[in-house]
Design a protein around this ligand. Sequence first.
Ligand SMILES: [Ca+2]
Ligand SMILES: [Ca+2]
Length: 128
Amino acid sequence: MCSNGWTGSSCDDDVDECNERPGVCEDARRSCSNNMGSFSCDCLQGYEEDASGYCRDINECSDPQLNECTQTCLNAEVSYTCGCKSGYKEVNFTHCSDIDDCNLAVLNDDMETCSKVKDYCKELHNLT
Ligand SMILES: [Ca+2]
Ligand SMILES: [Ca+2]
């Protein structure tokens, strides 16, 4: 009889718990990693283990180091999404660009002069 996690005639073969006991982690938010003599169940990417041992969604928006959003950030299960403030349009997942209101004919009708004031997105981008 071998100790837990070992098998074979001389008890030096590792038991692959992940393959032999599907669902051994008992939590869909954990993935099983086999190792010699044992195995581990770690929270999937996007989750972190809290004090009571549960895998919880990471709120990437709560920490600027965890997200790459340049303007607004919205936490989502496993992941997060970025958004743009009003007056900006999305360039890609993380970046926004200023909508140049001066180019919009509708403004030119009732404004004599128009000049771009600030481009927050560009400023933020330059900081990185
Ligand atoms: Ca093992
Ligand atoms: Ca999240």
